[in-house]
Design a protein around this ligand. Structure first.
Ligand SMILES: Cc1ncc(C[n+]2csc(CCOP(=O)(O)OP(=O)(O)O)c2C)c(N)n1
Ligand code: SF4
Ligand SMILES: [Mg+2]
Length: 296
């Protein structure tokens, strides 16, 4: 695996924006053990992305992109929302799907890739907002899990429809008043992680993106388990600072506050027995590889 797969076509090299050239040349493709610590020297997301200044989604994007175990052979599937503004600026293959259809598109894509590239590992990762995952796309989300489609679904949960100005979503917390939901949410946040567990996901995590090493771990686990065992689901709190009235420096603290014991985003993890065994085998293999490297 190497950067060869994402080289810019020589005929177009001169006219590509310098930021894009940099993106392709500085990505950490082909590097064993890549992770969030590479972010200072590598580039998987153009800095001039179109999210609001300080939006935690940009942080989450960078951690995720840096942590994908197989970026050259990964295709991400996005959906309409703030996240879809970012996809044109990332150095990983991606497809934009009609709002809510992302898990149906990913199902077909994953199957088509296994036919088109037999014997080669191809990972598919859905990344969509809570409106796309839980409201308009809930049918597609659940049906992909029921069918045991082998890909990862990541929901950037900002607890509302941010991109259209702040409407209520199923993941909005009770009582919250948004700019375009003035009455306030009258019922509790839908417990999608629980539904994911009951719908056959092999690995489910609910957390914030405040800790890069944690994001790296859960991304790696989710992608590798989806590849070998079955569907995986990550619900990551990426607060819409604009809607909750925070400034661009306050997103991190908001996440830290929301992950305290008893809060909405305290760490939750569910792992099936077969996925646990898979992770234990993987860890043993990693230790063995490290020990062999030291000996050599
Ligand atoms: C089929 C369709 N329905 C509705 C819309 C309008 N729309 C665009 S973004 C959006 C909300 C996105 O909310 P969410 O998925 O939570 O993402 P966020 O913007 O919060 O990151 C809606 C309803 C659309 N573009 N396409
Ligand atoms: S509207 Fe909210 S979620 Fe969207 S980019 Fe701005 S701060 Fe982020
Ligand atoms: Mg949202």
């Amino acid at each position: 695996m190497s950067k060869e797969k994402i080289q810019i076509c020589p005929e177009f090299y001169d006219i590509m924006p310098p930021e894009y050239r940099d993106l392709v040349e500085q990505a950490t493709y082909g590097k064993e053990g890549r992770g969030w610590k590479d972010i200072g020297q590598s580039k998987e997301l153009i800095e001039s992305h179109s999210l609001c200044a300080g939006c935690p989604e940009s942080m989450a994007f960078r951690y995720i992109l840096a942590s994908l175990p197989n970026p050259e052979d990964t295709v991400m599937v996005g959906s309409t929302g703030c996240t879809s503004l970012v996809f044109p600026m990332v150095a990983v293959h991606n497809i934009h799907s009609l709002f809510g259809n992302q898990n149906a598109v990913a199902s077909g894509l994953k199957r088509a890739l296994s036919v088109r590239f037999p014997g080669r590992i191809k990972d598919v990762v859905v990344l969509a907002g809570d409106g796309a995952t839980v409201d308009i796309g809930l049918d597609m989300t659940l049906q992909a899990w029921f069918r045991q489609e082998k890909f990862t679904t990541i929901c950037f949960d900002n607890e509302l429809y941010a991109n259209t100005g702040g409407q209520e979503s199923g993941l909005m917390r009770k009582g919250f008043v948004a700019k375009m939901a003035p009455v306030g949410k009258t019922f509790d946040k839908v417990r999608l992680p629980e539904i994911a567990r009951e719908s056959g996901c092999a690995y489910v995590v609910n957390c914030t993106v405040s800790k890069p090493n944690l994001v790296e771990k859960v991304i790696r686990n989710a992608v590798l388990i989806a590849r070998e065992i079955g569907p995986t689901y990550l619900q990551l709190y990426t607060p819409c600072i604009l809607e909750i009235g925070k400034n661009s420096m306050e997103g991190l603290q908001e996440m830290r506050d929301s992950e305290k014991p008893g809060e909405r985003f305290r760490y939750y993890e569910y792992v099936t027995d077969s996925a646990k065994q898979f992770l234990a085998d993987l860890e043993a293999k990693d230790k063995q590889t490290a020990a062999t490297a030291i000996e050599a």
